[in-house]
Design a protein around this ligand. Structure first.
Ligand code: XMP
Length: 515
């Protein structure tokens, strides 16, 4: 197995970033709860331990502590921020409240390079975020770097291979942070930089097999990147013990159900059960125009339908797990679960709730990964580009792209128009260059003329945006020729629409979706 570094999680928002940086340095990283026993880490053969930062203060009663034995089993240990303070505190030093909270950039002055700062300049701009600081070093430690507010910004005990730093080497704002981590991994833990996505797949497959045993797993397949990659990975691990459930809510794009079936069932040989519930969703949405109400109805109906399928499946077999394609960004946004000590930022629809009610354990094999890593994983697993690089599609589907009350005939118009836009975007090599490109149905009738006939039909709006993370977005400058082609084709080929308009609003103040 590839050399592994254990990252003990004390609830920092950056824990996963640390793990990711280690993987970028081609060393396998695994995140463990801070309560993990040192003997477990020893048994798993880890080459070194990183203690993450965290929001607690070591001075507070009940603040999270690792198993003391991690300092006695011979692993190199690197404490970051809270991790450094913990190490100092637990090994006999002193931590006190700082009169100055150090937040943001600071200059690290390196006084002794040693292995940790080997080949680095004497001064580095680093990123800090802490209130407490070390006021007395434990025996055997020395300071090797300072900042304006911290005489012990970096400390070491070379006889034990213990290192601590007040700053965050894992964040992009810390100059040479990655080199500091590389020195820890390579020069101190003696890790070989041999990890790759294919070794991650091997490792994940083993973990999934160990976790699942001979039980069965249900996965809600949406056709999006995350659930698709999770399905492909789990299927590789446990084959026919995985059953995928795809809910057709009647708000899907043209041929979406058939495409999902073709790819996953026929190509990947997955067991896909399709719950065809379009009529149920549409009957509940009848006459509803408020976007939030629509979302609630769609969300609740989805849970009800999924719950029903799961109940029936459970009667037919030994299903114990619900698999989800939860990614790391989903996890940090909903950290109040699992006793994770990080402060709650925001709850997320993807995590928690559902499995408890269904009495299933969660299986989340992508939990440690970032989106780009998931894409790489999907590619490695043989998923086609159209899945791996698919644009985001909202859970409520076309339900929030038909303005006002949803009618079946309007959905059909929208589907056809949207398929044309998709085709043109692919043909003109623009589909993968933008964040999203889609059509919106406006139930506004306008006058037109086709042949010798007057028409009185609806409007289709085109929304094409560029974005990094959907928090902000700008309308994409699509060549006029391409827009002309889309507009001509929609008006000529789709009956029920005689006018196409282009949305040129940025986010903020507009949102990407219209509802
Ligand atoms: P907005 O419209 O808020 O969208 O600018 C930002 C991103 O989120 C997607 N989106 C959703 N995704 N369920 C989802 O799973 C939803 O209810 C939902 N609403 C918006 C949207 O497509 C865009 O990428």
């Amino acid at each position: 197995m590839a050399d592994t570094i254990a990252v003990l999680d004390f609830g920092s928002q950056y824990t996963q970033v640390i793990a990711r940086r280690v993987r970028e340095l081609r060393v396998l990283s695994r995140i463990y709860p801070y309560t993990t026993k040192a003997s477990t880490l020893k048994a798993e053969g880890v080459k070194g331990v990183i203690l993450s930062g965290g929001p607690a203060s070591v001075l507070s009663k009940g603040s999270p502590r690792p198993d003391k034995k991690i300092f006695h089993l011979g692993f190199p240990v690197l404490g970051i921020c809270y991790g450094e303070q913990l190490m100092a505190h637990m090994l006999g030093g002193k931590v006190s409240k700082s009169s100055h909270r150090e937040f943001g950039h600071g200059t690290l002055r390196i006084t002794k390079k040693g292995k940790l700062f080997s080949s680095l300049p004497n001064r580095l701009r680093v990123w800090n975020s802490h209130g407490d600081r070390i006021s007395k070093l434990p025996t055997g430690f020395e300071a090797i770097a300072t900042t304006e507010n911290s005489p012990y910004a970096t400390i070491q005990n070379t006889s034990k291979d213990f290192y601590g730093m007040q700053f965050h080497p894992e964040v992009a704002h810390s100059e040479e942070g990655i080199s500091v981590l590389r020195n820890f991994l390579v020069k101190i833990c003696c890790c070989k930089q041999e990890w790759s996505m294919s070794s991650y797949i091997k490792h994940s497959i083993q973990t999934i097999r160990d976790q699942v045993g001979d039980k069965r797993v249900i996965l809600g397949l949406s056709g999006g990147v995350d659930s698709s990659v999770a399905a492909a990975l789990i299927h590789k691990a446990i084959g026919s013990q995985l059953t995928c459930v795809f809910v057709d809510n009647g708000l899907l794009r043209l041929n979406e159900r058939e495409n999902v079936k073709r790819l996953y069932q026929d190509h990947f040989d997955l067991d896909v059960r399709v719950a065809q519930k379009g009529s149920l969703f549409l009957s509940r949405l009848k006459g509803v125009s408020d976007p939030e109400k629509k979302r609630k109805i769609i969300g609740n109906t989805f849970i009800e339908v999924f719950d029903d399928v799961v109940t029936r499946l459970k009667k037919s077999g030994d299903y114990n797990f619900l698999a989800q394609g939860t990614l790391y960004p989903d996890v940090i946004e909903s950290v109040a679960i699992d006793g994770n000590p990080a402060a709650l930022i925001k709850s997320h629809h993807n995590v928690g709730g559902l499995p408890k009610k269904m009495q299933l354990s969660l299986l989340e094999p992508l939990r440690e990964l970032f989106k780009d890593e998931v894409r790489e994983l999907g590619k490695e697993l043989g998923l086609p580009k159209e899945v791996v690089w698919r644009q985001p599609f909202p859970g409520p589907g076309l339900g929030v792209r038909v303005m006002g009350p949803i009618q079946k005939k309007d959905l059909e118009v929208l589907r056809k128009a949207d398929a044309i836009l998709h085709e043109v975007m692919i043909e003109s090599d623009l589909y993968y260059t933008v964040w999203q490109s889609f059509c919106v149905f406006l139930p506004v009738k306008t006058v037109g003329v086709m042949g010798d006939e007057r028409t009185y039909e609806n409007v289709i709006a085109i929304r094409i945006v560029e974005s990094i993370d959907a928090m902000t977005a700008d309308w994409a400058r699509i060549p006029y020729e391409v827009l002309r082609n889309v507009s001509n084709r929609i008006i000529n080929e789709v009956s029920g629409c005689n006018r196409v308009v282009l949305d040129i609003s940025s986010k903020p103040p507009s949102t990407i979706e219209w509802e």
